[in-house]
Design a protein around this ligand. Sequence first.
Ligand code: MF3
Ligand code: CO
Ligand code: CO
Length: 264
Amino acid sequence: MTTNNSLIQSPEAIEKMRVAGKLASDVLVMLDEHVKVGVTTEALNQIAHDYIVNVQQAIPAPLNYHGFPKSICTSVNHVVCHGIPDENKVLKEGDIINIDVTVIKDGYYGDTSKMWIIGEGSIMAKRICDVAQKALYAGMSAVKDGAYLGDIGAAIQAVVEPERFSIVREFCGHGISNSFHHEPQVLHYGKKGTGMQLKTGMTFTIEPMINQGTWKTKILPDQWTAITKDRKLSAQWEHTMVVTDNGCEVFTTRPEEDLSFLTT
Ligand code: MF3
Ligand code: CO
Ligand code: CO
């Protein structure tokens, strides 16, 4: 497979993605104090929606996207992704939750997610959340001009498989710019030196979903919520980035993150 030049963003588009990415990460930072025992996932949705619309004057991309009914995704415990905020879903001690935020600003998208552990959390909860973040970081470390998409997946596998966790196959990272999901598909498993070659100016997400047991998922009757088939835990972290000559620039970095291991 060869590089598709239409995926390379202009400097003007990249600047808009910096802005959108910062807004998306700001929402996760803003939500932090609200993510605690007793809150409902619908309350978190309302707080995020109001902040995106009224403070950021941006658009929550999930709302009405292919019929998705809410402004963020909230995926608790065995929910892999695309969990729908629900006024009856109350966070309790020991839960793990992924909140996935995508905003549109000036026509461009920023997409990012992170995990929280509610209260103390089990050793397993801490370990799966930690391994999923390390998997994202390993994938990001493989990105640079001339690298292959398969290098990203291979780097993620090298972190996850020694931990005896599994990598979800049915969902992947994606190109993102002035549309939410476009080429390329960024698989979270693969072989070094295979697939599309990355080129400076390509923008995409990496968002590995890591399961405690089987990688297999199923979709609930609501047609959105993806859960693990064995109902064991799942964790995911996501960033949006652009390929640079020697690495990548991450658009959705939060202040608490140390991404100094990356090159640009
Ligand atoms: N933010 C998700 C992603 O990382 C997509 C959510 S689509 C929705 O690609 F419709 F479920 F919101
Ligand atoms: Co995404
Ligand atoms: Co996302």
